[in-house]
Write a protein that binds this ligand. Structure first.
Ligand code: SAH
Length: 211
């Protein structure tokens, strides 16, 4: 069921009050019904600004964090974007409204299959869901204009930095599991990499290999 007008207004208000102010990001998030990505017990809480459990012991991220990450990624309409950690597919749907092409990689086959079904059902034709080890990136499709990780490595993976084009942006949480991690933005310029710390976050770890 899609949210009623009041629930939708509260959802968008909460995003804004957490610093999500980019009009294109807010518009994309307004279009994507988070309720489609949360099943079972927690479905009724899909419009609250909190992370929620999804199958395979994973989580759908908190909407305001999704908004801040998407905003930091500064996606342009012609961009080819790589997301590592499809999870429910919620973040991929938002990227699908902003970018020309989205590739999203998930190590749990069950999550990838469910996400693909939901995204297909929404009519997306520019999002490809792949079951695989995202820590390797997607060398066949590289370079990417934008790369987003929604699972945390201890350090930015060299494989992925290599698949970012010059002028590109990568946004990711970094830090050990169970500790406070930092959300960082990496910009690749002709002279090298520039790092900006955005905020403290908590994400599930980036785990190597397919589950
Ligand atoms: N973006 C998701 C949030 C997913 S949580 C959403 O919008 O719902 C992070 C996801 O990263 C989990 O589903 C986890 O299985 C996945 N993950 C962790 N390590 C991975 C890896 N090496 N490759 C691909 N996916 C990975």
């Amino acid at each position: 069921m899609s949210p009623d007008a009041e629930t939708q207004m509260q959802f968008l208000f909460s995003l804004r009050s957490h610093g999500v102010t980019d009009a294109r990001v807010l518009e994309a998030m307004e279009k994507v019904d988070r309720g489609l990505f949360v099943q079972g017990l927690f479905a009724g809480r899909a419009y609250e600004d909190r992370p929620l459990p999804i199958p395979c012991g994973q989580t759908i991220s908190q909407p305001s964090i999704v908004g801040l990450m998407t905003q930091a990624l500064d996606v342009q309409p012609r961009d080819k974007v790589l997301e590592i950690g499809t999870g429910s597919g919620y973040q991929a749907a938002i990227l699908g409204h902003l970018a020309r092409r989205v590739y999203t990689v998930e190590r749990h086959r069950e999550l990838a299959l469910t996400a693909r079904r939901v995204l297909d059902g929404m009519g997306f034709v520019n999002i490809t869901v792949i079951t695989g080890d995202g820590s390797l990136g997607l060398p066949d499709q590289a370079p990417f204009d934008r790369i987003l990780l929604t699972a945390a490595p201890e350090d930015p993976p060299a494989n992925l930095l290599a698949q970012l084009r010059v002028g590109g942006i990568m946004v990711l949480p970094v830090g050990a599991e169970g500790t406070v991690q930092s959300l960082i933005k990496v910009q690749k310029t002709a002279d090298g990499l520039e790092y900006t710390e955005l905020c403290d976050v908590r994400f599930v770890p980036l785990v190597e290999g397919v589950a």
